[in-house]
Design a protein. Structure first.
Length: 452
């Protein structure tokens, strides 16, 4: 069996920072160095082992490999490890395989009783909402360099860091900054969005556990939208990264993105420092990417229409709605939440174009699903007899789709898509099957043939 081997960690204090280095070897290859540059906090060897267990299992579950650590693992992590593996297997099927869980249980670490609460903070809608809702409990906010902004973007990272310091100063909480290159390892085995980011955030919090006992991860999706939807930070799995000495909490799962935006619109400081852009490395908010356009629409519903000081390129609302992109399940969930919010405000100018965008995505989803299954359906005799052969196209098609075709298309399609399909099928079905228009043929003289 292949192994993911984590070597003995190296911990040192240098230049007013705590540096943690670990070498990881995958399947007998070259050691891959991983580094965490932390604030000047004490870090115990056990914390590093637990943090690497959380990150290392992302790699080991790629092939069901054995994870080898230099010491025992927190009992709470081990107790919940099998549940986490079951959830990931349910989501990703054969893409992940359970790894062996034959680890020794570590003795509980002795920690201070007066530790604080920390929340990750990138300046976006989700993180700002979590910070504003828990401001009176927070001991600080955390920004991790090297995750959503690569370590190579030095100039832009400096600009974001300065802006986040202003944000934290306005909020009255200190900003904790961490640098890590862990993604250079995990990106090879686990996608950042769908699998990895919640675990990596939790692993950094484990390294800071001498100062905090609770770590808040702002949620991306609501409970309703996240049902069956794989995502790296999820209400089902974030808590499974908790250890004996640190509780990881998924926050905001009961609040939609437009509701969070409305809460942020009440804070002048939050609006002044909001950062939602993910594509630009020059502008703080480019105004042209999908996240910027989506946030512009939500801000409009929250009463912030003059947002030209938030976005570098602000377009009229009609243009933003016309260019609103729905190209994946999560953007579709965001669009549905915005439609619900706009409907409650009687904003038909918003609901109509967004509904049109979701229907375009639904149609593409059905088309991709049908094209993917076409080679299998051709072998189904029921499917072959139900559809008109190429050489006999003048024959009218059947009035209803075969049950096998409908059942296959219904597999794993969202409920809104199926409702749309049922409506389309009912609307297109003729009410009188025998009244089907057929163009009459003409003779060589251009005259219609006489009736028999």
């Amino acid at each position: 069996m292949s192994q993911v081997v984590v070597q003995e960690p190296f911990i040192e204090q240098a230049n007013g920072r705590t540096i943690v280095r670990v070498d990881v070897t995958v399947s007998g290859g070259r050691p891959h160095p991983v580094e965490f540059v932390l604030p000047p906090v004490a870090v115990h060897r056990q914390q590093v082992i637990d943090a690497m267990f959380v990150c290392g299992r992302l790699i080991a579950m790629k092939g069901g490999w054995q994870l080898v650590l230099p010491g025992p693992v927190s009992g709470r992590l081990l107790d919940r490890a099998e549940i986490l593996q079951d959830v990931l297997q349910e989501w990703f099927g054969k893409q992940v395989k359970p790894m062996p869980l034959d680890f020794e249980v570590a003795e509980p670490l002795e920690m201070s009783a007066d530790r604080g609460v920390l929340s990750t903070f990138s300046g976006g809608v989700d993180s700002y909402y979590t910070v504003l809702e828990n401001l009176d409990q927070l001991s600080g906010v955390l920004f991790i360099h090297g995750l959503d902004i690569g370590l190579g973007h030095t100039e832009f990272r400096t600009r974001v860091s300065e802006q986040l310091r202003k944000s934290s100063a306005d909020l009255g909480v200190p900003l904790w900054e961490v640098e890590t290159d862990i993604r250079s390892l995990t990106n090879q085995y686990a996608a950042w969005g769908k699998k990895a980011h919640g675990a990596i955030l939790a692993s950094v919090a484990i390294l800071l556990a001498q100062e905090i006992d609770t770590f808040l991860i702002p949620g991306t999706l609501t409970r309703a939208a996240s049902k069956g939807e794989p995502w790296g930070s999820h209400v089902l799995i974030d808590r499974l990264h908790s250890t004996d000495y640190l509780s990881v909490v998924h926050h905001g799962a009961d609040t939609t993105r437009p509701e969070k935006t409305a809460r942020i619109a009440q804070s002048e400081s939050a609006l002044r420092n909001l950062r939602v852009c993910y594509s630009s490395r020059t502008d703080y908010n480019c105004g042209s990417c999908s996240k910027c356009r989506r946030t512009q629409v939500d801000l409009e519903l929250a009463g912030v229409s003059d947002a030209d000081w938030i976005f570098a390129q602000l377009v009229p609302l009609e243009t933003a709605l016309a260019q609103y992109r729905v190209d994946a399940p999560i953007p579709r969930a965001f669009a549905e939440a915005t439609i619900t919010q706009a409907r409650s405000l009687n904003r038909t100018d918003v609901t109509v174009p967004l509904r049109r965008a979701t229907r375009r995505y639904d149609a593409q989803l059905v088309k991709r699903r049908a094209m993917k299954l076409r080679r299998y359906l051709r072998k189904d005799p029921e499917f072959r007899t139900a559809f008109v052969p190429k050489q006999n196209r003048r024959q009218p098609p059947p009035l209803s789709s075969p049950p096998t075709m409908r059942a296959v298309l219904a597999h794993r399609l969202p409920d809104p898509v199926m409702r749309r399909l049922r409506w389309w099928s009912a609307a297109k079905r003729p009410t009188e099957p025998h009244l089907v228009f057929r163009p009459q043929t003409r003779d060589r003289a251009g005259q219609h043939p006489a009736p028999a």
